[in-house]
Design a protein around this ligand. Structure first.
Ligand SMILES: [Zn+2]
Length: 131
């Protein structure tokens, strides 16, 4: 049967943890485990940290920009340089960018069409008034 940890807490209560095999203390209180504890804490810290790409500023004004961003992001995720959560956010924002680019493109085309059609429309109205 496992023995309880021999550590006495500041409030004079005994630690409720089970002693590590070959020790009187649990993993958290065994002086022999100090290095392993520090390694575990460091690894835990690294695991919680979000992998991001160093400061960079990319233009996302054209479809080709978005395509380039997606290509870079896919490769960074595959190589483990970028956290999947960051990549998901980039994917979402890229999707928004695509919609804005498409909308802007439609507006520009519409304006171009109107600039061609409107003079004609204006002369038709003038002819009707004259008749
Ligand atoms: Zn303990």
């Amino acid at each position: 049967m496992a023995t309880k940890c021999a550590h006495i807490k500041a409030n004079t209560e005994r630690c409720g943890g089970y002693a590590v095999t070959g020790s009187r203390y649990c993993f958290a209180h065994d002086p022999a485990q100090a290095t392993k504890r520090q390694d575990a804490q460091r690894k835990g810290g690294e695991a919680g940290r979000v992998a991001t790409i160093p400061k960079s500023s990319l233009s996302v004004r054209k479809m080709s920009d978005v395509l380039e961003l997606m290509e870079t992001t896919i490769n960074d995720v595959r190589a483990g340089r970028l956290d999947v959560r960051v990549a998901n956010a980039i994917g979402y924002l890229a999707n928004v960018s695509v919609k804005v680019i498409q909308q802007t493109d439609i507006e520009a085309r519409l304006e171009a069409l109107e600039s061609v059609l409107e003079p004609e429309h204006a002369t038709m109205v003038q002819r009707r008034r004259a008749a």
